[in-house]
Design a protein around this ligand. Structure first.
Ligand code: DQA
Length: 155
């Protein structure tokens, strides 16, 4: 018999932002828009509240710190929403960490990485993610979070 809804602990998702995303708002606004990282986290927090889930939003410029955050997610969270920034295109370590913890992961990008320089067209994460959303600014995160929650709540 399944537990009544009220006794289930809420889904918890790690939202992980990679390098240079702390500079959102200042950084190349013609590409990334004018919202700050705090604005994005606040908006996601609002969505999370409406959907009855918990978010843990973290950002780091350091690859090893991102790897550690992914390792720690194994004990605490049911899924990962990640914008790995430039590490998307370079980091086998991040991909291996995501594979190791084996939590359902959605990859997001503010910009459309396929419209940009060729070096951004390859993602080390895409092949081990459930899916990827790229090019919709804040909505990439919001749609990604919604897709992840729907995936996790699927019976
Ligand atoms: C980004 C795209 C990456 O290519 C870039 O290095 C970033 C941001 C995005 O959200 O559009 O830092 O991940």
């Amino acid at each position: 018999m399944s537990a009544p809804l009220s006794t289930l602990s809420p889904l918890s998702i790690l939202v992980l932002h990679g390098p240079n995303l702390n500079l959102l708002g200042l950084r190349e606004p013609q590409i990334y828009g004018t919202m700050t990282l705090a604005d994005i986290n606040q908006r996601l927090g609002h969505d999370a509240e409406q959907w009855g889930i918990t978010l843990d939003c973290q950002q780091s410029n350091l690859e090893g710190e991102l790897v550690n955050a992914i390792h720690q997610a194994r004990e605490k969270h049911q899924g990962i929403l990640i914008n790995a920034g430039a590490y998307t295109h370079t980091s086998i370590a991040l991909r291996d960490a995501l594979s190791a913890v084996a939590l359902p992961t959605v990859e997001v990008h503010l910009s459309n990485i396929y419209q940009r320089e060729a070096f951004r067209h390859h993602s080390y994460i895409a092949a081990i993610a459930i899916g990827q959303i790229s090019g919709f600014g804040l909505d990439s995160y919001r749609l990604g979070l919604q897709a992840l929650v729907n995936y996790l709540r699927r019976p």
